[in-house]
Design a protein around this ligand. Structure first.
Ligand code: SF4
Ligand code: SF4
Length: 278
């Protein structure tokens, strides 16, 4: 195919030699970028437009930490390990949350519940319970995949977000920090499941609180452990029979059935770092 540009001037069109350096208005041809009369007039003060516009906007300054702003209801904050209404733990130590975590932030070590006389006791309605549970908040990205993976709804996230610290070790939360506080009437594990009920009954909501038999068991257990010196056989303080209503946590958590909400029904309610939230 013949090249029809051969022998022709292919220099791009532009200002002619005599126009280079001349004012734009004197150049030939139209120019869409030319400024209008008003633009030229206000050009020296145009930069103040941003300042004036901002003066009449709503102030967005937040007085944190004096007046923390409530989070969105479904905000992903600190985790919580929930309990059944009688006080048994919902976690069955399956480790699914740890496997689902993309940041490898969760450590779980399960152990067998042991109802036999002289055994370690029962902490959850399942075959096993979470003996060791840790979440490393230096790694956690608050994606929520762990709570999606949990088959028992034991693990949920609260609205609490004040997790900064100058000690890295304190940002690895252990089970005692993550476990929901005992609500009024709940018993301190270990103790047996409610008579005549199976594990599935707990997850079907058939348990509304501790039975008389469970209360009697815990009472006898604590009495035997106290045994005059107020200490367990291993030297630890004997557990209380019932949960303390005055423990840290969200007041909404005292409502029966509200202690295991995924998120707070009242995000502006007081929340604490060490005490669990709703
Ligand atoms: S929120 Fe995400 S990153 Fe954090 S522990 Fe759960 S799965 Fe891991
Ligand atoms: S929190 Fe849920 S997923 Fe994780 S070990 Fe416990 S029961 Fe399993």
């Amino acid at each position: 195919m013949a090249d029809d540009t051969v022998g022709k001037d292919v220099t791009p069109a532009g200002p002619k030699g005599s126009e280079v350096g001349a004012p734009r208005a004197q150049r030939s041809g139209s120019d869409d970028r030319e400024k209008g009369f008003l633009s030229e007039l206000f050009a020296p003060v145009a930069g103040f437009g941003v300042s004036f516009g901002t003066m009449f906007r709503k102030v967005a300054t937040e007085e944190y930490p004096e007046k923390p702003r409530p989070t969105a209801p479904r905000f992903h904050g600190r985790h919580q390990l929930n309990r059944h209404p009688d006080g048994l733990e919902k976690c069955v130590g399956c480790e699914l949350c740890a496997w689902a975590c993309p940041a490898d932030a969760i450590l779980v070590e399960g152990a067998d519940n042991d109802d036999t006389p002289g055994g370690a006791g029962r902490f959850s309605p399942g075959e096993r319970y979470g003996r060791v549970y840790q979440i490393n908040y230096l790694r956690c990205i608050f994606c929520g995949l762990c709570i999606e993976a949990c088959p028992t709804r034991a693990l949920t996230m609260t609205n609490f977000y004040e997790l900064a610290d100058n000690d890295r070790g304190k940002l690895i939360f252990t089970k005692d920090q993550l476990l929901a506080p005992l609500q009024t009437g709940m018993l301190t594990p270990p103790f047996p499941m409610a008579d005549g009920l199976e594990e599935r009954d707990y997850y079907q909501g058939k348990v509304s609180g501790p039975t008389d038999a469970q209360k009697a068991y815990v009472h006898d257990r604590d009495a035997a452990a106290s045994d005059g010196d107020g200490l367990d056989d291993d030297g630890s303080t004997a557990p209380s029979i019932t949960g303390a209503a005055g423990r840290p946590g969200n007041a909404a958590a005292a409502v029966p059935g509200a202690h295991d909400l995924v998120h707070s029904s009242n995000p502006s309610a007081p929340q604490t770092r060490e005490g669990a939230n709703p």
